[in-house]
Design a binder for this molecule. Structure first.
Ligand code: DQA
Length: 146
């Protein structure tokens, strides 16, 4: 049976496609998720998606992800501020990958600090929307024991 991966996106990522396209590209979140679904299938993973602009809803979703085999999260602006999301991620014993579309280290200084990196298996950032695919590859490798 395919392993289940939960992909969580945080605030303002529902606006992908029209939000600062020079930084985040022209694809919508729907486009990205469609593409990820078929890519996941190809590599033997089963993905589900969640997006919220609300910190508490993201915490609830992370708590419910314990039943999944892995989690990929772009916490967006909450990456830099949320102890609640860090603590929720810490409570999970499944593999976790942090993703960013942009290279946060090439941007404003306040984006250089991620509160959640300390609890994830790996961080992928700066590859545009391909960051999500690379995260799927990464989590697949972890689950396969490579
Ligand atoms: C982001 C980077 C964050 O700094 C920003 O607040 C986002 C998106 C990214 O994917 O590049 O909303 O997580």
């Amino acid at each position: 049976m395919s392993k289940k991966i939960e992909i969580i996106n945080g605030p303002n990522l529902n606006l992908l496609g029209k939000r600062e396209p020079d930084i985040y590209g022209k694809s919508t979140l729907e486009d990205i998720n469609k593409d990820l679904s078929s890519y996941a299938k190809k590599i033997g993973l089963d993905v589900s998606f969640f997006q919220s602009n609300i910190e508490g809803e993201i915490v609830n979703q992370i708590q419910q992800s314990e039943k999944s085999d892995g989690i990929i999260i772009n916490a967006a602006a909450f990456t830099h501020t949320s102890v609640a999301i860090l603590d929720a991620l810490k409570s999970l014993s499944i593999p976790k990958i942090e993703v960013h579309i942009s290279n946060i280290y090439k941007r404003e200084e306040f984006r250089h600090k991620s509160l959640i990196s300390q609890t994830v298996n790996g961080v992928i950032c700066g590859f545009g929307i391909n960051s999500y695919k690379l995260a799927l590859e990464g989590i697949k490798n972890i689950l396969d024991g490579n």
